[in-house]
Design a protein around this ligand. Structure first.
Ligand SMILES: Nc1nc2c(ncn2[C@@H]2O[C@H](COP(=O)(O)OP(=O)(O)OP(=O)(O)O)[C@@H](O)[C@H]2O)c(=O)[nH]1
Ligand SMILES: [Mg+2]
Length: 264
């Protein structure tokens, strides 16, 4: 994909890491973040979601800026804060991935490339289109089922509805609405698609966390996620007639900003 690089100072790409008690891994993730992508300086920001371990201190020592939520608010709230921080920094693209080492910060270039090229507003790194080193079989099954439900709801072949590695354009980051504090995975996608932002996927690699604790517990997860997804679908009025099949796509009518970006 061709991304134009000019001599003038370019706005930053912000990569933020939502983190809750990740002091075993956060430093290594930060150290692997590239200093720049396509000529854009990369700002690495850790959103510390009320950690009670030394996540914030370790992250600062490793060279990241830390935004502290002050209390444990939830992953959705952490991502909301990270997007706001990216917008405040005037980022050309705002990306995020887990602080637990499951995703590769080195792949930031491929996740933000469609945004910097003006080809998409919302990029999801797809583990199922890429390489999965290790994922428990029950997780794989749960991911498949929830992804199927999301893809069916929006009428598009989404391949990884729960990916933790994503990027948004400045406009999408400023407009995103995360419907609950619990998480963002499904509701962020429903929101951005409903607003007409252009969606695309890129293949990424994934390795299940080796340290720390996952917050995903099946029953509480489904109890929080399914009703909120349902509410979003009802209030945004998705209809099967809107089904599309191309790889990069937007719900019609696409946002004016998306159309502008496409024609420029
Ligand atoms: N546990 C938890 N993680 C949060 C929260 N807020 C932010 N995070 C961070 O958000 C990222 C995603 O959470 P994970 O627990 O890794 O979720 P996951 O990747 O779906 O689950 P695993 O595959 O088990 O790691 C991690 O970097 C967490 O540290 C929260 O409220 N709970
Ligand atoms: Mg994780």
């Amino acid at each position: 994909m061709a991304v134009a690089v000019t001599e003038a100072a370019l706005p930053p790409v912000v990569l933020f890491l939502p983190a809750h008690n990740e002091d075993a891994t956060v430093a290594e993730v930060i150290e692997r973040v590239p200093a720049e992508v396509y000529g854009h300086p990369v700002h690495c920001v850790v959103v510390d979601d009320g950690s009670v371990d030394s996540t914030a201190r370790v992250a600062t020592t490793a060279g990241a800026d830390v935004v502290t939520l002050g209390r444990h608010a939830g992953l959705g709230a952490a991502v909301r804060a990270g997007l706001a921080e990216g917008v405040a920094r005037g980022a050309a693209a705002v990306a995020f991935c887990d602080a637990d080492g499951e995703y590769a910060p080195e792949q930031l270039d491929r996740v933000v490339a469609p945004i910097l090229a003006g080809e998409a507003d919302y990029v999801v790194g797809s583990r199922f289109r890429g390489r999965i080193e290790r994922m428990h079989s029950h997780r794989r099954f749960g991911n498949r089922v929830l992804t199927w439900a999301l893809a069916r709801a929006v009428g598009h072949p989404i391949t990884d509805g729960q990916s933790g590695y994503r990027a948004l354009s400045a406009d999408a980051a400023a407009s995103a609405r995360i419907a609950h504090d619990f998480n963002y995975a499904q509701v962020l996608t429903l929101d951005l698609l409903a607003q007409g932002f252009r969606y695309t996927e890129v293949p990424i690699s994934y390795q299940f966390r080796q340290y720390g604790q996952s917050y995903v517990r099946l029953i509480p997860y489904l109890c929080a996620v399914v009703p909120t997804m349902w509410r979003e679908l009802q209030t945004r009025g998705w209809k099967p007639a809107e089904r599309q099949s191309s790889t990069t796509w937007a719900r019609k009518p696409a946002r004016a900003s998306s159309q502008r970006a496409r024609s420029s």
